[in-house]
Ligand binder design. Sequence first.
Ligand SMILES: Cc1cc2nc3c(=O)[nH]c(=O)nc-3n(C[C@H](O)[C@H](O)[C@H](O)COP(=O)(O)OP(=O)(O)OC[C@H]3O[C@@H](n4cnc5c(N)ncnc54)[C@H](O)[C@@H]3O)c2cc1C
Length: 599
Amino acid sequence: MPVDYRAPLADMQFILHELIPFSTINSLPAYQEVSDDLVNTILEEASKFAGEVLSPLNWSGDQEGCSFAEGEVRTPQGFKGAYQQYIEAGWISLAANVDFGGQGLPLTLATPVNEMWHSANMAFMLCPMLTAGAIEAIEHHASAEQQALYLPPLVSGQWAGTMNLTEPSAGSDLSAVSSKAIPNGDHYLISGTKIFITYGEHDFTENIVHLVLARLPDAPPGVKGISLFIVPKFLVNADGSLGKRNDVHCVSIEHKLGIHASPTAVMSFGEAGGAVGFLVGEANRGLEYMFTMMNNARLAVGLEGVAIAERAYQQAAQYAQERVQGKIPQTTGKLPILHHADVQRMLMLMKTQTEAMRSLAYLAAAHSDLAQQHPDGATREASQKRVDLLTPIVKAWSTEQAIEIASLGVQVHGGMGYIEETGAAQHLRDARITTIYEGTTGIQAGDLLGRKIIRDDGQEVKKLIKEMQTTIEALAKSSLAELQIIAGELDKALHALEGAVDWLLKAHANNPQAALAGAYPLLKCFGIVCGGWLLAKSADIAATKLQTNPEDRFAQQKIASAIFYTHEVLSQAPGLVATICSGESVAKAMRDGLADLLH
Ligand SMILES: Cc1cc2nc3c(=O)[nH]c(=O)nc-3n(C[C@H](O)[C@H](O)[C@H](O)COP(=O)(O)OP(=O)(O)OC[C@H]3O[C@@H](n4cnc5c(N)ncnc54)[C@H](O)[C@@H]3O)c2cc1C
């Protein structure tokens, strides 16, 4: 049977308090009241809710799925009740603005809490996650009247929000959006079809606020002609009460590989003359508005990767302790498969990569808070550059690895992993979407290379590499042999990465296809190196803890994580760099190999 989720509080607290550390966040004027004790209380309470309320519905929700009839969607048994409990406990408003009823807590704290929700029940969590995206769009770009009308019920969770961007011919390339918006007095009439809309229709809330991309009749073609609209399912009267049903309807929901409990809707706007929509901000700036929100949404999906990887690890770790099979060298009697070296290898790959991904996701969240709230303008700017650089890595590296980790989870189970009842397969199926939505891995890799590295001539990435080098200097001073090994391997990986960046900067000018061929290997290499760096820093902190308490099991395991990751994962970096620097040859081989298709 599927294993219930237990939040990895020790690792979460270590990363928050010691690696980040959280003191850099609660020393900001905006967060001085967020004491370490408050952080720990929130984490503990969230872990109970995740373990006791959301996690038990994960597998049953997957098996039952959502149903659709006559325009209405019913979520699986227990989900609606869990949503009520979730909003009544105030979990939905943790990081939302206090002006609209939120609790105004930092993203650095909301991130581990959100990780718990995603681990416990990713399909459930997609509803609050999409609502958070809608809140952000309205808060940043809508008028004061629109904010007053829509934000309080969205922040309280009384209403939910959606993002209606994708159309049959507009997926990665949203410049192709063709939904129409015709001016009609104080509002617009929206028509068109949107596909793949997460929680486009459901039974959690009395109203759903759709954020919709559409074009005005006189809009210029392409990216500069797309506007953003609020289209509520029920129109809202001036006093906030619900009015007429709007002309927007769910026409079907998708049958899909995973996240069965999350309804993915096909939405039809304007079948009866036009859905009433209200322009957000200025006309033709819709795509630009969406881009300002993308960092947080992409970090949120990257965090889904961390969360599913953790859940898959817990499932596999439990099974490995129970299943007895095969003989273990130099032992007598039968022991669980946990004692096989290869099973240990798989579990450690799962555990250490998850820890590395978690560290990077929390670090990006901390930079995001600093970019918003630091009193010094130069620090805000520097932190924003860092979040911008890290975002595609958190999004794409963590999700690509999550799929591999969930797949390893199946492998640890042997044949039972391929059978639905154990629950291991669900994690692999659920993880599979994370590299697709909110910008595919290909889009993230192109973003990292083009916008984050080439555009500033590699300055920000080189700044980060320099910072990583200070960790090597700290480790090299240690008397612990493990830390010396880690320092040596990290040094090699950093030199290789720097070489790849230099090669790409030159290649991009002469042969962009050769550089783009290296975009994904670069993203992977970058993720691996960032993970290695953060685990190395963790090992350094752990070594100091061991000086005062040599029996500290957590600290011992942190060093073990870092040394294992260094040998098994970080060691892949130079190979990836060799691939990147062979870009011209790779690009030619791809052209030649696919010539029949490309002609
Ligand atoms: C379960 C689910 C939930 C979703 N939820 C929502 C939602 O709530 N709201 C919403 O608006 N949308 C949603 N989506 C849509 C999702 O964001 C898109 O599927 C995604 O952006 C990819 O677009 P596409 O499917 O059209 O693929 P395409 O854009 O056709 O991509 C196909 C392949 O081509 C590659 N490719 C395309 N362009 C480039 C490029 N420039 N460089 C390199 N490679 C490229 C891609 O990486 C991919 O491998 C959801 C999708 C699913 C399946």
